[in-house]
Design a protein around this ligand. Structure first.
Ligand SMILES: *[C@@H]1O[C@H](CO)[C@@H](O)[C@H](O)[C@H]1NC(C)=O
Ligand SMILES: *[C@@H]1O[C@H](CO)[C@@H](O)[C@H](O)[C@H]1NC(C)=O
Ligand SMILES: *[C@@H]1O[C@H](CO)[C@@H](O)[C@H](O)[C@H]1NC(C)=O
Length: 788
């Protein structure tokens, strides 16, 4: 799960393109250096790829064969047969080495643990119910398409998942409704057509789950999966709101698309062995789209189970959208970056929930909140304290309002300032409430900047930006030295719509450049991800705090987790309208029609700084559903193209085989050029300066006509500052639909003075237009000065 401000910080570490051997060796040495004897070696989970076709006939099934290669103390967690061939098992380092030596074993991938990362959002995107000519109508709301949501499961009783007026199951559907605790097979209907859960990998590491704390079934005990599923494909529900905020019509992006849920995330995280099993099942079941709001550490693609599973899905024609992560606003933080995945960042929408702080000195400071209980006494000012500066105890813990860090003597009856970070935002409110506080002001740190996230707090509380946080803390420290102690109150103003400008890039949204493949711009696009209203389970409080007994059918959450299912739903609608489009074609339509200008007519701003944002923040821009429906031209990509890309990214034939399940001959691809030549709809040139005067590179691209049969496209080039960009030819004349034409983009740039280890980035674009369609590609030029 990619929740922001969860207890686990969201790490992004780029590993060198090392082989799995190195990792195995590292694990091996770590273990053998300790005092464990051979038989006490620690077991960890590996995902083992085998040569599927070489099974000796004496074994009746692949499972029997796999079991024969394991020692008696190891057992198989999952077997894989659709997007991957092999199995997972817990192994000691020496067992892993023995397996690796077997001729039919291709590789062992060490398991990663992953973590999780809307009434108004469909309207904001321009999808209107009454718009008969629009996208929703043309696709019959995506009614024969199936979106697979790999997440924390689902609360099936929610109105968002009713099956009124839906036809029989799509004929191709082969999935199942797997029953389990509090989830009979009758939980599924013609809306929720499939449900499975995968816990063997989780339990192999954590021991048997506590069945009273979580459900051994597809039922959601967290809320995240119910929320994301209803964003992708929730039905129309009216009225919808949470704690009386955001009242209005709730609907997912593709309200008639079918849902299949694959529960892989449990209380202690989401395990790779289970995630791969979910990909395997989803593709075999017949989903059209996979939505994955889960992420982890960026590693080379052959060691990244999400990238491997997504490749198999994409090869089977399944569109995979994934959240880019909440590691922003710093650079190089984006995750799920493989070029066959559509990587989604988060934008704001034109709605917020103002809750102002009024200080004793008369100053009013804007904040946001969806607190819905009894307010503070009108007209009364409360004493304001910042426990981090009160002395006594651990100032660091109490500044963050960590569990048991607040002294009731200091806090009782007062409004408390808490710094954001470490524990969840709502949990801080619970800590303040337990210590007798009556209100909370949650202040961003420098890192969070000015981005504000509204939460369903357990006491009157509001969130303020970093600058306001400094001002409030200063007011408090000055106050204590004067005669008038600091005071404050919070005024809740409900829901405000029509907020301008929108969208902005949400502060937390993870940013490029792409840490694994700088030649591929990531994220691809942004979609609504801040303060999104969507369905919520009945067993979980809207604040996520255990002692909170409030319940709500809807809840407001923020994260790239919320942005990703918007794109998953859109992809289903696009596939409904254009059944022949490949996953790459759907992504091309989303990228080339994305917009970079907000409702005030200016360039998209960055919520964290208020400054103009760039391609590394939003990719090609914010998705535009109606335009994506009719993009004019598409940049398509085949599996062979991805192999060439991997060859040109210097992946070995063996590592390419781990991803593609096929042998690769890279000699042809190497002749064809460089990694940036993948037929991607965005262009990223990366130059390494070694005392050169000028540098140049070129991109070959191919576009297919999906607009009017006879059409003439002319190019408009906006060169990044300091570059000369030429496109040949500058006119493309199409005579039929489906026709493909090539063009060449040459980028020349003069070397600039850079200190060692630094880089500069300049941006421009390439726009093809026939007068009706505008097909725009971002063009990013990065110059790096190596350390020596
Ligand atoms: C499971 O959790 C419940 C509630 O916290 C606790 O009472 C119970 O002892 C736990 N069971 C096991 C087997 O740990
Ligand atoms: C953002 O704007 C502020 C002034 O508003 C400026 O000081 C800062 O350098 C800008 N940051 C970037 C990254 O451009
Ligand atoms: C691949 O290796 C070649 C030769 O060492 C090098 O020139 C090229 O930059 C590398 N490409 C990438 C994408 O790392």
């Amino acid at each position: 799960m990619e929740k922001i401000d969860s207890t686990h910080s969201f790490l992004t570490i780029t590993m060198p393109s090392s082989s799995p051997f190195l990792l195995l060796l590292m694990l091996f040495f770590v273990v053998t250096d300790t005092v464990y004897s051979e038989e006490e070696e620690v077991k960890t989970t590996f995902i083992v790829q085998v040569e599927h076709d070489t099974k000796p006939s004496i074994f009746p099934t692949h499972r029997h064969w796999y079991e024969s290669s394991l020692s008696s103390s190891s057992s198989i967690i999952h077997t894989y047969q659709t997007v991957f061939h092999g199995f997972s098992a817990k192994l000691t380092p020496s067992e892993a080495q023995k397996l690796q030596a077997l001729s039919h074993v291709i590789t062992l991938i060490p398991e990663q643990v992953r973590h999780l990362h809307t009434t108004r959002s469909p309207q904001f995107l321009g999808l209107k119910i009454a718009d008969r000519a629009g996208l929703l109508k043309e696709t019959d709301f995506g009614s024969d398409l199936v979106i697979g949501v790999i997440d924390t499961g689902i609360c099936p009783e929610r109105e968002s998942f009713n099956d009124r007026d839906l036809g029989p199951l799509p004929p191709k559907w082969k999935g199942q409704c797997v029953s389990g605790r509090d989830f009979p097979a009758s939980s599924c209907n013609r809306k929720l057509i499939g449900a499975r859960y995968f816990s063997a990998g989780y339990e192999a590491t954590n021991g048997k789950m506590n069945d009273t704390l979580e459900y051994r079934s597809p039922r959601d005990s967290d809320g995240h999966g119910t929320h994301t599923a209803s964003i992708a494909a929730g039905r129309y529900v009216f009225p919808a709101s949470t704690m009386s905020y955001a009242r209005g019509m709730a609907a997912g992006m593709a309200p008639k698309a079918r849902l299949a849920v694959y529960k892989v995330c449990w209380n202690a995280g989401c395990y790779d062995s289970d995630i791969l099993a979910a990909f395997d099942a989803a593709v075999a079941d017949g989903v059209d789209v996979v939505s994955l709001s889960v992420g982890g550490v960026v590693v080379p693609y052959h060691l990244d189970v999400i990238a491997v599973g997504a490749f198999g899905a994409s090869e089977a024609g399944v569109f995979v959208s994934a959240s880019g992560g909440n590691g922003g606003p710093g650079g190089l933080t984006v995750t799920n970056v493989a070029p066959w995945v559509t990587t989604v960042g988060a934008g704001t929408i034109d709605r917020d929930f103002p809750a102002d702080v009024v200080l004793g000195n008369g100053k009013i400071i804007g904040g946001v909140s969806v607190y819905g209980g009894p307010g503070l006494s009108p007209g009364r000012m409360y004493k304001l304290v910042y426990a981090g500066s009160e002395g006594g105890g651990d100032g660091y813990s109490s500044s963050l309002c960590l569990e048991d860090s607040l002294d009731p003597m200091v806090v009782k009856g007062n409004i408390v300032v808490c710094d954001r970070g470490v524990n969840s935002r709502a949990a801080k409110g619970e800590v303040v409430k337990k210590a007798g506080g009556v209100g909370m002001i949650l202040a961003n740190g420098v890192f969070d900047g000015e981005g504000l996230v509204a939460d369903c707090h357990v006491l009157p509380a509001t969130s303020v930006g970093a600058t306001a946080g400094d001002e409030i803390r200063k007011y408090i420290s000055l106050g204590w030295h004067s005669r008038s102690p600091p005071t404050a109150t919070i005024i809740f103003k409900g829901t405000r719509v029509g907020v301008r400008p929108a969208p902005k890039v949400a502060a937390f949204s993870a940013r490029g450049p792409n840490p694994e493949s700088p030649e591929i711009l990531k994220p691809d696009v942004i979609a609504p991800g801040l303060n999104i209203l969507a369905a919520w389970p009945d067993g979980v409080s809207p604040s996520g705090v255990h002692s909170d007994e409030r319940r709500s059918e809807f809840n407001i959450l923020s994260g790239t987790s919320m942005a990703c299912p918007h794109v998953s739903g859109l992809a289903a609608l696009l596939k409904g309208a254009h059944p022949a489009w490949t996953p790459a074609a759907i992504r091309s339509a989303l990228i080339t029609t994305a917009y970079t200008v907000d409702t005030s007519g200016d360039s998209l701003l960055d919520e964290s700084t208020g400054n103009v944002s760039s391609f590394f923040d939003y990719g090609a821009g914010h998705v535009h559903p109606e335009k994506a429906m009719n993009p004019g031209l598409i940049y398509d990509i085949s599996s062979y193209d991805y192999v060439d890309f991997l060859c040109n990214s210097n992946y070995s034939a063996k590592n390419i085989r781990v991803i593609t399940r096929k042998g690769a001959d890279c000699s042809g691809a190497k002749r064809a050029g460089h990694a940036g030549n993948l037929n991607y709809p965005s262009l990223s040139a990366v130059f390494h300066q070694y005392g050169k005067q000028s540098m140049s590179t070129h991109f070959i691209r191919s576009v297919a006509n999906v607009g009017d049969p006879n059409s003439v496209y002319k190019v408009t080039v906006t060169p990044p500052p300091g570059t000369v960009v030429t496109v040949e030819p500058n006119t493309l004349s199409f005579r039929r639909l489906g026709q493909k034409l090539n063009f060449l983009v040459r980028v020349q740039t003069r070397a600039v003075k850079l200190s060692p280890g630094t880089s500069t980035v300049n941006t421009g674009s390439i726009l093809w237009s026939d007068g009706k369609h505008a097909v725009k590609s971002p063009l990013v030029v990065t110059m790096q000065q190596p350390l020596q």
